[in-house]
Write a protein that binds this ligand. Structure first.
Ligand SMILES: Nc1ncnc2c1ncn2[C@@H]1O[C@H](COP(=O)(O)OP(=O)(O)OP(=O)(O)O)[C@@H](O)[C@H]1O
Ligand SMILES: [Mg+2]
Length: 274
């Protein structure tokens, strides 16, 4: 385990050195903020309407009691990544439909309400992309085309307000595992980070136990959140998945989704432990 942690830390340091600065520290306090080389404001803007938010459980767009678990998740996540100087967070789950995409959007929106943070949400479920459906906005080109050098990042992305960029796929990719572990993807992410200077990058991934798509990719992430569904994910699956994830990156915590407190009248709640 120590060897793995040392290797991950070394890879991260090399990435930071290549990027020429130290991640999230740049917007917090004493360090000089480094401006992006590209204009976030030039991207086409979308918004999350109330009906869309209600239909797709995007509570953070509405606010109120149902949004507060995401604000808690935001604060805990920010504290941990600031401490470690991390930027890149993958969200995955053991099986399908645990709520990764829903949690990723809500966390992104909650983070972006901190106006001094530049936040990016990227659809890395290249096999079964769904972010564009959840946000009801299909980009001209797909994120996988950017990763292959066939499209500009700006063609795959929209802006929500000034400080949240969402990059999505209009179509699935035929060989996601190969693309995700490729050198081309690694370089594309480094270029992206260097040019756009996000403080936090969230990767909405596919489930761990359904394919090996994420295995070769996760060394590109600083850490991962494991989203589990209270009513359907089994403990052995959580255990197996957490162990596998810990071999590949740092596990930030487990998000318990679809957890019901009928007596309180809330349809769902979220919790983490790290
Ligand atoms: N807390 C919740 N309570 C009830 N339903 C939820 C909750 N979170 C998400 N859902 C619903 O569960 C379904 C699956 O959610 P989502 O697409 O976010 O999961 P996913 O893990 O990204 O799925 P996939 O593995 O297909 O990518 C959606 O219909 C979503 O609206
Ligand atoms: Mg999903």
């Amino acid at each position: 385990m120590e060897k793995l942690e040392a290797a991950l830390a070394r890879a991260r340091e090399m990435r930071r050195a290549a990027l020429g600065d130290a991640g999230i520290e740049r917007t917090s306090g004493t360090s000089t903020p480094s401006a992006p080389a590209v204009e976030w404001a030039a991207l086409p803007e979308i918004s999350v309407s109330d009906p869309l938010a209600r239909r797709n459980r995007i509570a953070a767009a509405i606010g109120g009691r149902e949004a507060s678990p995401f604000d808690m998740l935001r604060s805990r996540t920010l504290r941990q990544i600031k401490e470690k100087n991390w930027t890149r967070i993958a969200l995955t789950s053991p099986g399908p439909a645990c709520g990764k995409t829903t949690v990723a959007i809500n966390l992104a929106l909650s983070l972006s309400r901190q106006r001094d943070l530049r936040v990016m949400l990227l659809d890395f479920d290249l096999r079964r992309p769904s972010l564009h459906r959840t946000l009801d906005a299909t980009p001209r080109k797909s994120l996988h085309e950017f990763l292959e050098g066939k499209a500009e990042f700006a063609e795959t992305a929209y802006r929500i307000e000034d400080n949240l960029v969402v990059s999505m796929n209009a179509t699935p990719h035929q060989q996601p595992a190969e693309l995700m572990q490729s050198e081309s993807t690694r370089q594309a992410l480094d270029l992206l980070e260097r040019a756009w200077r996000p403080d936090v990058m969230l990767f909405d991934m596919s489930p761990m136990l359904a394919s090996d798509d994420n295995v070769g990719f996760l060394s590109n992430a600083d850490c991962a959140l494991l989203v589990v569904a209270a009513e359907s994910t089994t403990l052995p699956n959580i255990d197996a998945c957490e162990k596998e994830l810990a071999q590949l990156t740092n596990v930030l915590g487990v998000v318990l989704n679809k957890c019901r407190y009928e007596d309180e009248g809330a349809g769902y709640a979220y919790g983490t432990y790290g």
